[in-house]
Design a protein. Structure first.
Length: 113
């Protein structure tokens, strides 16, 4: 029984390896046809990575969020008008008031663990 299981696993491994080889050959064939068509037409053949969005730049994600977090130096006229209409400060949209305005929080004593 153990021998039959090993033979079945070997055959499954061979089928899997053959399917990977066929997939690689198909990819190489498509790549070759694409390259040959570019040579026949005289057009430059760009790599697939360039046609799918270009090079990956990890810095761009950090730059996008860093720039989004920075506040503009001077508020625009629309910011000033909308902040005044809401009764808020132009520099900060938060209206600061006395601490007695908070009604949904209960003070609890500090426990020493």
């Amino acid at each position: 029984m153990n021998f039959i299981l090993r033979v079945i696993l070997l055959l499954l491994g061979l089928v899997f390896a053959a399917s990977l080889a066929v997939a690689a050959l198909l990819l190489a064939a498509v790549w070759g046809v694409r390259y040959a068509w570019g040579r026949v037409t005289g057009k430059p053949v760009t790599p697939w990575t360039a046609s799918m969005g270009g090079r990956f730049n990890p810095r761009s994600g950090f730059d996008r969020f860093r720039h989004a977090a920075q506040q503009p130096a001077e508020p625009t006229a629309a910011d000033v008008v909308s902040a005044r209409a809401r009764g808020e400060s132009v520099r900060s949209p938060v209206v600061l008031g006395p601490a007695d305005d908070v009604t949904d929080v209960r003070a609890r004593p500090v426990r020493g663990d």
